[in-house]
Write a protein that binds this ligand. Structure first.
Ligand code: XIL
Length: 377
């Protein structure tokens, strides 16, 4: 005879298990922010191919969203007109699927890390408008189409607008004018009608850029084109942005009817660098001033960084109804592009995980901030 657990007891047990799970305090940013936004990171080749085992462990434990730091950019994925190079991108998407992570595609149309053939003829002249349209369509259809249903959304156009609100004089703009943006959104939507589509840019706290992006959202919508979110890269430092301006931009984009994503978050702990002749000439005093923490970050400098991170994160939490994802640009400090930008060979401390892959105190603080917010609701 089969022994059966009475339904009422089974339900009670299930309820208890769920309640306990809910009460267990979160130990990672992704758990703490679970009901608010995704917590993402950008993967480099070492992580994509599993060589960086410590980095991969940090990704699996702490993040629920990933994006390619470089391997989906046009120069990497489409090096020649009739040659695509999908290996790393395929592996990244697989890694995301194996680990239940939300995958974002970065990026389809960008003036940087763009192969010359894309916009120039062999003789160095700019391609014609018709040729460029055909190339954009081929590229977008192939790349978006390949990952249809597996990539949640795409940074369709990256960095097309300047701080003063004017259009960047990129080859795309030179050839097609403003029209290249709606065309890119149209091709991406045709390639995967279910994929979310984003406009992504840096320095989004500038009033001119903010207004121009709001206008762009309106224009795309007027033409019946899909745009789901605006990506605010959010490369920050100790003296930028002005947080009030940053917050105004989140509010402006949300009011324009799209979601907001923090797509490339990092906070440089180093002095903002204006690269001058001194550095080029190898002036030791100048390099020391620009790379002051080559060995380690002193406690006071960490404190100052922590405070600015806390301010930035609290703005993001305050707007969590509109923000759907917060992605850090790199896994650990050692991986950050800021070690080489805008000055090569510096030692920066811009991410929540240090070179030793350990969580900095800002991680625990963020978890606490999420709990505080929950308690106040
Ligand atoms: C950066 C990568 O992190 C570097 O490895 C690469 O050398 C240059 O590009 N804005 C973007 C990102 O949209 O794709 C850039 O990533 C950083 C600025």
């Amino acid at each position: 005879m089969k022994s059966r657990i009475p339904l009422s007891i089974a339900i009670a047990a299930a309820t208890l298990v769920t309640a306990c799970a809910q009460q267990r305090p979160a130990t990672t940013m992704k758990e703490a922010a679970r009901d608010r936004f995704l917590i993402g990171t950008a993967l480099n080749e070492g992580q994509i191919w599993g060589r960086d085992t410590a980095g991969v462990r940090v990704v699996r434990e702490n993040f629920n969203a990933i994006v390619a730091e470089n391997c989906m950019k046009s120069e990497a994925i489409h090096p020649e007109r009739d040659r695509y190079s999908f290996d790393s991108a395929d592996r990244l998407v697989e890694f995301g699927q194996e680990n239940g992570l939300t995958v974002t595609g970065h990026t389809l149309i960008w003036h940087s890390q763009l192969p010359r053939w894309f916009v120039y003829n062999d003789d160095g002249s700019l391609r014609s408008a018709d040729e460029l349209k055909a190339i954009m369509k081929e590229h977008i259809t192939a790349v978006v189409g390949r990952y249809k249903g597996r990539i949640k959304g795409w940074d369709v156009v990256n960095e097309a607008i300047m701080e003063d609100g004017s259009y960047r004089r990129s080859p795309f703009y030179e050839i097609l004018g403003e029209e290249f943006i709606p065309l890119a959104f149209q091709y991406a939507h045709e390639a995967d009608p279910d994929a979310e589509l984003y406009y992504n840019d840096y320095n989004m706290w500038f009033e001119g850029k903010r207004n121009a992006v709001v206008k762009l959202i309106g224009e795309l919508r007027e033409r019946g084109l899909r745009i789901d979110a605006v990506g605010m890269q959010s490369h920050m430092g100790m003296s930028h942005p002005d947080f009030a301006e940053y917050e105004k931009s989140i509010e402006a984009f949300a009011a324009a009817g799209v979601k907001v994503m923090v797509t490339e978050f990092d906070m440089s702990a180093l002095p903002t660098a204006y690269v001058g002749a001194d550095i080029a000439a190898g002036n030791a005093e100048a390099s020391q001033a620009l790379n002051p923490y080559a060995d380690s970050l002193p406690a006071e400098a960490y404190e100052a960084w922590h405070k600015r991170m806390e301010q930035a994160l609290s703005i993001m939490l305050r707007h969590s109804d509109d923000i759907t994802r917060v992605t850090f640009w790199g896994v650990s400090d050692g991986d950050s592009w800021l070690n080489n930008f805008p000055v090569r060979g510096r030692t920066d401390y811009a991410l929540p995980f240090g070179r030793d892959h350990r969580a900095k105190p800002i991680v625990a603080r963020f978890i606490e901030m999420c709990a505080e917010k929950q308690n106040n609701e």
